[in-house]
Design a protein around this ligand. Sequence first.
Ligand SMILES: [Fe+2]
Length: 246
Amino acid sequence: MKNTLPETTPFFARDREWHPPAYTPGYKTSILRSPQRALISLEGTKSEITGPVFGHNILGEFDNDLIVNYAKPGEMAIGERILVHGRVLDERGRGVEGALVEFWQANAGGRYRHKKESYLAAIDPNFGGCGRTITDADGNYAFKTIRPGAYPWPNGVNDWRPAHIHFSVFGHGFAQRLITQMYFEGDPMIWICPIVKTIPDKQAIEQLIAALDMNATIPHDMRAYKFDIVLRGRRSTLFENRLEGN
Ligand SMILES: [Fe+2]
Protein backbone atom coordinates (compact mmCIF):
# COMPACT_ATOMS: atom_id res chain seq x y z
CA MET A 1 0.00 0.00 0.00
CA LYS A 2 1.33 3.46 -0.81
CA ASN A 3 2.31 5.62 2.13
CA THR A 4 -0.01 8.63 1.99
CA LEU A 5 0.89 10.09 5.37
CA PRO A 6 2.95 13.29 5.35
CA GLU A 7 6.21 13.17 7.28
CA THR A 8 4.85 15.36 10.03
CA THR A 9 2.49 12.66 11.29
CA PRO A 10 3.79 10.38 14.05
CA PHE A 11 4.05 7.30 11.83
CA PHE A 12 5.56 7.01 8.40
CA ALA A 13 7.09 4.34 6.20
CA ARG A 14 10.71 3.21 6.52
CA ASP A 15 12.97 4.26 3.68
CA ARG A 16 14.42 0.92 2.60
CA GLU A 17 17.22 2.53 0.60
CA TRP A 18 18.47 4.44 3.62
CA HIS A 19 17.91 1.84 6.33
CA PRO A 20 19.53 -1.58 6.09
CA PRO A 21 17.46 -4.56 4.99
CA ALA A 22 16.24 -6.71 7.90
CA TYR A 23 18.05 -9.78 6.56
CA THR A 24 21.81 -9.13 6.36
CA PRO A 25 23.67 -12.46 6.83
CA GLY A 26 27.04 -10.72 7.42
CA TYR A 27 25.45 -9.68 10.73
CA LYS A 28 24.63 -13.19 11.89
CA THR A 29 21.94 -12.35 14.43
CA SER A 30 19.84 -10.76 11.68
CA ILE A 31 19.24 -14.20 10.17
CA LEU A 32 17.03 -15.26 13.08
CA ARG A 33 15.74 -11.77 13.92
CA SER A 34 14.47 -10.86 10.46
CA PRO A 35 10.85 -11.62 9.56
CA GLN A 36 10.29 -14.72 7.45
CA ARG A 37 6.89 -13.58 6.17
CA ALA A 38 5.44 -10.39 4.69
CA LEU A 39 4.84 -7.62 7.21
CA ILE A 40 1.35 -6.64 8.29
CA SER A 41 0.77 -2.89 8.59
CA LEU A 42 -1.35 -1.55 11.40
CA GLU A 43 -2.71 1.96 11.82
CA GLY A 44 -1.34 3.69 14.91
CA THR A 45 -4.01 4.42 17.49
CA LYS A 46 -4.43 7.71 19.28
CA SER A 47 -3.47 6.19 22.62
CA GLU A 48 -0.21 4.86 21.16
CA ILE A 49 0.67 8.30 19.86
CA THR A 50 -0.36 10.36 22.86
CA GLY A 51 0.53 8.19 25.82
CA PRO A 52 1.61 6.98 28.22
CA VAL A 53 3.94 9.89 28.73
CA PHE A 54 6.89 10.46 30.99
CA GLY A 55 7.24 13.42 33.30
CA HIS A 56 10.15 15.82 32.92
CA ASN A 57 10.92 15.84 36.62
CA ILE A 58 12.52 12.40 36.50
CA LEU A 59 16.14 13.40 36.06
CA GLY A 60 18.68 13.01 38.82
CA GLU A 61 21.46 15.54 39.37
CA PHE A 62 24.21 13.42 37.76
CA ASP A 63 22.18 11.56 35.13
CA ASN A 64 24.09 13.44 32.41
CA ASP A 65 27.54 12.71 33.83
CA LEU A 66 28.61 9.10 33.41
CA ILE A 67 32.04 9.90 34.84
CA VAL A 68 30.53 10.25 38.31
CA ASN A 69 26.96 8.95 38.24
CA TYR A 70 27.93 5.46 39.42
CA ALA A 71 31.19 6.40 41.13
CA LYS A 72 31.89 6.24 44.83
CA PRO A 73 31.97 9.70 46.44
CA GLY A 74 35.17 11.47 45.45
CA GLU A 75 36.06 8.92 42.76
CA MET A 76 35.62 8.86 38.98
CA ALA A 77 35.39 6.44 36.06
CA ILE A 78 38.68 5.57 34.35
CA GLY A 79 39.15 6.60 30.71
CA GLU A 80 39.43 9.50 28.30
CA ARG A 81 37.13 12.24 29.52
CA ILE A 82 34.80 13.46 26.77
CA LEU A 83 31.78 15.70 26.34
CA VAL A 84 29.16 14.46 23.87
CA HIS A 85 26.70 17.07 22.68
CA GLY A 86 24.42 17.91 19.82
CA ARG A 87 20.84 18.67 18.89
CA VAL A 88 17.74 16.64 18.29
CA LEU A 89 16.27 18.05 15.08
CA ASP A 90 13.10 17.58 13.08
CA GLU A 91 12.98 17.22 9.28
CA ARG A 92 13.15 21.01 8.83
CA GLY A 93 16.23 21.40 11.00
CA ARG A 94 14.33 22.81 13.97
CA GLY A 95 15.37 21.76 17.45
CA VAL A 96 13.01 19.39 19.24
CA GLU A 97 12.38 20.51 22.82
CA GLY A 98 11.71 18.12 25.67
CA ALA A 99 12.94 14.88 24.05
CA LEU A 100 14.26 12.32 26.54
CA VAL A 101 17.73 11.26 25.34
CA GLU A 102 19.15 8.13 26.99
CA PHE A 103 22.59 6.65 26.37
CA TRP A 104 24.49 3.53 27.36
CA GLN A 105 27.96 2.28 26.57
CA ALA A 106 30.86 -0.02 27.44
CA ASN A 107 33.63 1.20 29.75
CA ALA A 108 37.07 2.35 28.59
CA GLY A 109 38.19 -1.28 28.21
CA GLY A 110 35.18 -2.20 26.09
CA ARG A 111 33.24 -4.01 28.82
CA TYR A 112 29.58 -3.50 29.69
CA ARG A 113 28.33 -3.71 33.22
CA HIS A 114 25.84 -6.50 32.59
CA LYS A 115 25.54 -9.93 34.17
CA LYS A 116 25.59 -11.62 30.76
CA GLU A 117 28.71 -9.77 29.63
CA SER A 118 31.68 -12.12 29.47
CA TYR A 119 34.45 -10.11 27.77
CA LEU A 120 37.65 -10.41 29.82
CA ALA A 121 38.31 -6.66 30.04
CA ALA A 122 38.06 -5.40 33.62
CA ILE A 123 34.94 -3.92 35.12
CA ASP A 124 35.44 -0.36 36.30
CA PRO A 125 33.78 -0.22 39.72
CA ASN A 126 33.16 3.50 39.25
CA PHE A 127 31.46 3.25 35.87
CA GLY A 128 27.85 2.18 35.30
CA GLY A 129 27.64 3.09 31.63
CA CYS A 130 24.21 4.69 31.29
CA GLY A 131 22.61 8.08 31.71
CA ARG A 132 19.95 10.41 30.36
CA THR A 133 19.03 14.00 29.76
CA ILE A 134 16.25 16.09 28.21
CA THR A 135 16.69 18.50 25.30
CA ASP A 136 16.38 22.21 25.98
CA ALA A 137 14.21 24.73 24.11
CA ASP A 138 16.52 24.61 21.05
CA GLY A 139 16.84 20.82 21.02
CA ASN A 140 20.31 20.80 22.61
CA TYR A 141 21.56 17.95 24.74
CA ALA A 142 24.95 17.26 26.35
CA PHE A 143 26.53 14.74 28.67
CA LYS A 144 29.94 13.91 30.08
CA THR A 145 31.40 10.43 29.86
CA ILE A 146 34.55 8.47 29.13
CA ARG A 147 35.32 7.28 25.65
CA PRO A 148 34.18 3.64 25.37
CA GLY A 149 36.57 0.93 24.18
CA ALA A 150 36.07 -1.37 21.20
CA TYR A 151 35.03 -4.91 22.06
CA PRO A 152 34.99 -8.31 20.33
CA TRP A 153 31.69 -10.07 19.73
CA PRO A 154 30.68 -13.52 18.54
CA ASN A 155 29.79 -13.01 14.88
CA GLY A 156 32.67 -13.99 12.59
CA VAL A 157 35.93 -15.40 13.96
CA ASN A 158 37.41 -11.97 14.75
CA ASP A 159 34.74 -9.27 14.68
CA TRP A 160 34.98 -6.15 16.82
CA ARG A 161 32.49 -3.39 17.48
CA PRO A 162 34.01 0.07 16.94
CA ALA A 163 33.84 2.36 19.97
CA HIS A 164 30.21 3.45 20.13
CA ILE A 165 27.51 4.90 22.34
CA HIS A 166 23.93 3.62 22.11
CA PHE A 167 21.20 6.28 22.04
CA SER A 168 17.47 6.15 22.65
CA VAL A 169 15.29 9.17 21.93
CA PHE A 170 11.75 9.51 23.25
CA GLY A 171 9.29 12.14 22.15
CA HIS A 172 6.53 12.88 24.62
CA GLY A 173 4.99 9.40 24.39
CA PHE A 174 6.50 6.00 24.97
CA ALA A 175 5.41 4.85 21.49
CA GLN A 176 7.75 7.41 19.95
CA ARG A 177 11.02 5.73 20.87
CA LEU A 178 13.90 5.68 18.37
CA ILE A 179 17.23 3.90 18.87
CA THR A 180 20.60 4.43 17.19
CA GLN A 181 24.37 4.29 17.79
CA MET A 182 27.02 6.98 17.66
CA TYR A 183 30.57 6.33 16.45
CA PHE A 184 33.73 8.44 16.76
CA GLU A 185 35.42 10.40 13.98
CA GLY A 186 38.64 8.83 12.75
CA ASP A 187 38.01 5.31 14.08
CA PRO A 188 39.15 2.78 11.44
CA MET A 189 37.06 0.04 13.09
CA ILE A 190 33.83 1.68 11.87
CA TRP A 191 34.34 0.61 8.27
CA ILE A 192 35.02 -3.05 9.03
CA CYS A 193 32.15 -3.54 11.49
CA PRO A 194 29.64 -6.15 10.26
CA ILE A 195 26.74 -4.18 11.78
CA VAL A 196 27.82 -0.89 10.18
CA LYS A 197 28.28 -2.75 6.88
CA THR A 198 24.56 -3.62 6.81
CA ILE A 199 23.88 0.08 6.10
CA PRO A 200 23.66 0.49 2.32
CA ASP A 201 24.32 4.25 2.05
CA LYS A 202 27.72 5.71 2.99
CA GLN A 203 26.14 9.03 3.89
CA ALA A 204 23.83 7.28 6.35
CA ILE A 205 26.92 5.82 8.05
CA GLU A 206 28.67 9.18 8.12
CA GLN A 207 25.68 10.71 9.91
CA LEU A 208 26.27 8.23 12.74
CA ILE A 209 29.86 9.43 13.24
CA ALA A 210 30.30 12.19 15.81
CA ALA A 211 32.81 14.85 14.80
CA LEU A 212 35.60 15.98 17.08
CA ASP A 213 34.46 19.44 18.13
CA MET A 214 37.36 21.49 19.47
CA ASN A 215 35.06 24.52 19.94
CA ALA A 216 33.13 22.69 22.66
CA THR A 217 36.23 21.20 24.25
CA ILE A 218 36.74 22.16 27.91
CA PRO A 219 40.41 23.22 28.17
CA HIS A 220 42.52 21.09 30.52
CA ASP A 221 39.52 18.86 31.14
CA MET A 222 37.86 17.07 28.23
CA ARG A 223 37.54 16.95 24.46
CA ALA A 224 34.14 17.16 22.80
CA TYR A 225 32.28 15.25 20.10
CA LYS A 226 29.22 16.59 18.31
CA PHE A 227 26.38 14.30 17.31
CA ASP A 228 23.12 15.68 15.89
CA ILE A 229 20.12 13.38 15.70
CA VAL A 230 17.66 14.08 12.88
CA LEU A 231 14.34 12.41 13.63
CA ARG A 232 12.87 12.21 10.17
CA GLY A 233 13.03 13.46 6.63
CA ARG A 234 15.71 13.05 3.97
CA ARG A 235 18.56 13.79 6.39
CA SER A 236 17.21 11.48 9.08
CA THR A 237 19.62 9.69 11.37
CA LEU A 238 19.54 5.96 10.76
CA PHE A 239 17.58 4.23 13.51
CA GLU A 240 17.77 0.56 14.40
CA ASN A 241 14.06 0.57 15.02
CA ARG A 242 11.59 2.73 13.15
CA LEU A 243 8.10 4.02 13.64
CA GLU A 244 6.34 2.28 10.79
CA GLY A 245 3.67 3.72 8.52
CA ASN A 246 1.09 1.92 6.42
FE1 LIG B 1 27.24 -1.87 22.17
